[in-house]
Design a protein around this ligand. Structure first.
Ligand SMILES: Cc1cc2nc3c(=O)[nH]c(=O)nc-3n(C[C@H](O)[C@H](O)[C@H](O)COP(=O)(O)OP(=O)(O)OC[C@H]3O[C@@H](n4cnc5c(N)ncnc54)[C@H](O)[C@@H]3O)c2cc1C
Length: 458
């Protein structure tokens, strides 16, 4: 057995990104280098996405795409195959592929992590259930401080803290879509408004129904677009974009529409074309000039999201049933005002194309508009790192600036600080889904190992 003796590398956040970073670092760093995995939420491995116990919350990717390891692509499917018949409720075989409950995926991740803890020699993988509040530069590394008053010397840190939290709501009747325990206290029939019509809205509808809410739900977003469902898709070859297309959003869009039309003429739906773009989207994002990327975020992102981030067929069917039965109404429009009464909120809306505004009394509003921007973030660790100049925002405010080596870029001299997951959103477009994060974790681990080796040799 090897004794761990060097200062650890800290991984901050133990959702999918942090868990993958920790597992890959364990297999890539020398055996005497421990890994300190820090999680403020108490539960390691699941993160925000896979902590749900609602069997109606399904993965939005086929089980075939959800292995935690790029070199073992069937690992999750095989794990599912070993489950007993009592888990059948969480596994859906559909013509478009097999989709599992997100809670099952969370269990798969926690099992991978506990196996790693058991295997880790001399406690090389240490789990720290505490919020990290500061990384103070010390020597070549940091002194890591936690909310619980602990501190540790670490050789470097990987920030895997997930999406930025949304800005706090203006209304006392606003509910967090992830904190569903309040849903059971709602009046079962008084109307509820959901702000946002994307994947979080679909989750919120399933959570409301699971908590016995039987009333009307209005979902509102700027464009009123609901995610598409997965369908059996034939493959389409990745387009070879010209330099002119790569430099201009309108040209790029025209080319993609042409590809969709050509595919359609051969009986292949748009799904095949969008899937063909997936390996190219990072390159497309990085090649577009900054003003074009801003235009994409302002005008096209909702359209892209509903085609790219598709839902499992059972979720799609449930939402279409909701719409058909009148339980859920989806509208395009804007929320103009909220007036809070003690028992309800009176919201003023302007629906798209309408001249007049409408007022509506709702018992609650669920904020499913997505995640926040860096400028609004109150996260104590991020604020501290920004103040210290260890990190800086990337131009779109979606996350932090980083180099191609995942090293955070700040305003002061570079430090051993790396990013993984949604904080990379403005730099790497594809950094939020499992197939991307698992590959990026492998790459990150070897870059961290090489950086630490170089620092030790200097
Ligand atoms: C509802 C939902 C469903 C999704 N479904 C899918 C899917 O089916 N397939 C797919 O490929 N992708 C899916 N995604 C995308 C998802 O973003 C990734 O799969 C992945 O879960 C991102 O994990 P993460 O670890 O980066 O972030 P998170 O899961 O948010 O984890 C970050 C963790 O960091 C912790 N943390 C933050 N700050 C600190 C701190 N200062 N100290 C200590 N701990 C801290 C948080 O408590 C949290 O547990 C889904 C996303 C969401 C939100």
């Amino acid at each position: 057995m090897t004794r761990a003796s060097l200062p650890p590398v800290a991984v901050i956040g133990a959702g999918f990104s942090g868990t993958m970073a920790a597992l890959q670092l364990l297999s890539t760093l020398p055996p005497e280098r421990p890994v300190l995995l820090c999680e403020r939420g108490g539960s390691f491995g699941r993160g925000l996405a896979y902590g749900t116990g609602n069997p109606a919350h399904l993965l939005n990717l086929r089980a075939t795409n959800m292995s935690a390891f790029p070199d073992r692509p069937r690992n999750f499917e095989e794990w599912l195959g070993r489950l007993g018949p009592e888990e059948a409720e969480g596994i859906w075989a559909t013509p478009a592929g097999t989709f599992a409950a997100r809670g099952l995926f969370g269990r798969y991740l926690t099992e991978l992590l506990s196996e790693a803890v058991t295997r880790s020699h001399a406690g090389r993988l240490q789990l720290l259930p505490d919020a990290v509040t500061d990384l103070e530069p010390r020597g070549d590394g940091f002194r890591l401080h936690t909310e619980g008053g602990q501190s540790f010397t670490v050789a470097g840190a990987v920030l895997a803290m997930g999406n930025l939290a949304a800005a706090p709501s203006r209304s006392r009747h606003s509910l967090d879509p992830w904190d569903t325990e309040h849903f059971g206290r709602l009046h079962p029939h008084a109307p509820v408004l959901i702000l946002g019509t994307g994947l979080t809205m679909l989750d919120a509808v399933a959570s409301l129904r699971a908590h016995g809410f039987a009333g009307a739900i209005l979902a509102l977003s700027r464009r009123g677009l609901v995610p598409n469902g997965h369908a059996p898709a034939k493959t389409w070859a990745a387009p070879d974009f010209t330099p002119a297309e790569l430099a201009s959003l309108p040209r790029l869009l025209t080319r993609i529409r042409t590809e969709v039309a050509r595919a359609g003429a051969r009986g292949i739906g748009w799904h095949g074309v969008i899937d063909a773009l997936r390996p190219l989207t990072d390159t497309l994002w990085r090649s577009l000039p900054t003003p074009e990327r801003r235009r994409f975020l302002r005008h096209l992102r909702p359209f892209w999201d509903v085609h790219r981030h598709r839902t499992a067929p059972p979720v799609d069917a449930a939402i279409r049933d909701e719409i058909a039965s009148g339980g859920l109404t989806v509208r395009a429009g804007r929320l103009l005002d909220i007036a809070d009464d003690p028992a309800q909120a009176v919201v003023t809306l302007r629906l798209r194309g309408a001249e007049r505004t409408e007022r509506l009394a709702v018992q609650a509003m669920i904020d499913a508009t997505g995640f926040g921007h860096l400028a609004q973030s109150q996260d104590p660790l991020l604020r501290r790192l920004l103040e210290r100049g260890l990190v800086r925002p990337e131009p779109f405010g979606l996350g932090l600036e980083a180099g191609p080596d995942y090293r955070a870029r700040g305003t002061t001299a570079a430090r051993p600080l790396w990013l993984l997951g949604p904080l990379l959103r403005g730099v790497l477009w594809e950094c939020i889904a499992v197939p991307d994060i698992r590959n990026e974790a492998v790459e990150l681990a070897s870059l961290v190992a090489a950086d630490l080796d170089r620092a030790a040799a200097a």
